[in-house]
Ligand binder design. Structure first.
Ligand code: 5AD
Ligand code: SF4
Length: 468
């Protein structure tokens, strides 16, 4: 039996309270999510808002009365995929006359009315700060009126909305702690699609995490574009401020058996206070995602990242000193405007020097209206971007393989997330360092903590056995 309900510690009714409530008599909402973890969490907020307005969530697109696609604009290929999906939805609309299609999220914000231009393609367009208006616009669309709301807000954090959890396992959940971004990296569309940065009321975050604990969740990931600049100022007492280090500590203290993760850190803002809090609480996971983007100081300057190579390496040295067992991951962009072969080599050397456990690696994709699009020329050819990206990927594969083989023989505490796709007899979970481990199921259940000794690895996972 795969059921989490086998675990006597988990009360199934409690889990259902946070999960989508099926009711076939209600109009059915289907939602497809692209892009970052923040978008996944936004979809959960949207389902919550729609459920309160009489809609039920369905995972079956054929049952849908309303299809929403939560979109990403970060690279052109992310947008192209959505355009392709919209054409497929158009075919469904022909078969089911009253079917409504809405585009929400970053692409809605970036393209606005343009999404409504093609006849019978899209009925509703809503940006990331306007989800509260969704039920109204859906009602209007049911009457045949197209609707759009792409207003950005300086305050909206959806603080009091309890997201309906889309994760299947009832073990790990995302919790947004802030929205928007003030950094203005020259290549990035996010400040335009998600607006300015605002922090969410610390108490509402702690309440949400407590609710997850009460419902037997074992892991939360605190989300923000730049968690290190989280700063909640209590409007009733402006002297009462909560920094990210404070918040992390308060969340970690809620329960020693709750794992706490966070993303994304920014090298210019990640301070030692955060690292010391991580060192103090064993339930804060030893894993930091610290996007470098490039190893060349000249490129970093042009990217407006607010740090140079030396500063970045200084932050890495601080992590290694304060948290010797911490895994470090990163994002890298290949072929930014004016990137020379020498700049590219500096990225490769940075990757070797740091020894990343994992990396997300991308070709630069020009985004309309960003500073890079307005001021610089996208002058690295497609072939050259591909070559550089492949070199970066090959190097990272080599480094990741080394990191994995270093784990062999070591024992890690693993939080069980599910049954292995390859075999019913195996479970999988993650180490504190966010590495996936597959190991024999025995009598363990989803949501358990298990000590596992690593015996071998594949390219993607560690293979282990139960430690004595
Ligand atoms: N082109 C390629 N990659 C980008 N990213 C952000 N903007 C772009 C772009 N225009 C990458 C960065 C960021 C990650 C989420 O996406 O590496 O950290
Ligand atoms: Fe997330 Fe950025 Fe994509 Fe928007 S553009 S969905 S913020 S990754």
């Amino acid at each position: 039996m795969n059921s989490i309900f086998k675990n006597p510690k988990i009360d199934p009714t409690a889990i259902n309270r946070l999960h989508p409530v099926a009711n076939d008599n209600n109009p059915q909402l289907y939602i497809e999510t692209y892009g970052c973890q923040m978008n996944v969490n936004d979809s959960e907020v949207v389902i919550s808002l729609m459920q309160k307005n009489g809609y039920s969530y369905t995972e079956d697109i054929n049952k849908a009365d309303v299809i929403l696609v939560n979109t990403c604009s970060i690279r052109d290929n992310a947008e192209q995929r959505v355009w392709g999906r919209l054409q497929q939805f158009k075919a469904l609309k022909k078969k089911k006359k009253n079917l409504l299609v809405g585009v929400i999220g970053c692409m809605a914000e970036r393209l606005k009315e343009k999404l409504l231009e093609e006849d019978k393609l899209v009925d509703i367009v809503i940006g990331p700060d306007a989800y509260r208006d969704l039920p109204n616009l859906v009602k209007e669309a049911e009457l045949g009126n197209q609707g759009i709301n792409v207003l950005l807000s300086r305050e909206e954090t959806y603080a009091e909305i309890s997201p309906v959890r889309l994760d299947k396992n009832g073990v790990s959940a995302f919790v947004s702690i802030m929205r928007g971004c003030n950094n203005m990296c020259s290549y990035c569309v996010v400040p335009y699609t998600r607006g300015g940065e605002r922090s969410r009321d610390a108490k509402s975050i702690l309440d949400e995490v407590q609710e997850l604990i009460d419902n037997n969740y074992k892991e939360v990931t605190l989300l923000g574009q730049n968690v290190d600049s989280y700063n909640w100022v209590d409007p009733k007492n402006e002297k009462h401020k909560t920094t990210f280090a404070d918040l992390l500590e308060q969340v970690a203290k809620l329960s020693p058996t709750l794992r706490v993760r966070f993303a994304t850190s920014h090298p210019k803002d990640m301070n030692d206070d955060v690292l010391h809090v991580m060192a103090m609480y064993s339930n804060i996971c030893n894993s930091i995602h610290l996007p470098a983007q490039s190893g060349s100081s000249a490129m970093l300057e042009k990217m407006n990242r607010g740090y140079d190579r030396e500063w970045y390496l200084g932050r890495i040295a601080a992590i290694k000193k304060i948290l010797p067992d911490c895994a470090i991951s990163t994002d890298i962009i290949a072929g930014f405007c004016g990137e020379t072969e020498e700049d590219h080599k500096q990225t490769l050397s940075l990757m070797e020097e740091v020894g990343y456990d994992m990396a997300f690696m991308f070709k630069y994709s020009e985004r309309p209206n960003t500073k890079a699009a307005r001021k610089f020329t996208d002058d690295v050819s497609e072939e050259e971007k591909t070559r550089r990206l492949n070199e970066i990927i090959d190097l990272q594969n080599k480094i990741s393989a080394e990191c994995k083989s270093n784990d062999i023989g070591q024992t890690f505490e693993v939080l069980v997330e599910g049954v292995s796709k390859r075999s019913e007899d195996d479970l999988f979970g993650r180490t504190s360092q966010n590495k996936v481990v597959v190991f024999p199921r025995m009598n363990y259940n989803i949501g358990d903590y298990v000590f596992v000794k690593i015996v071998s690895n594949t390219s993607a996972t560690l293979i282990g056995e139960i430690a004595e």
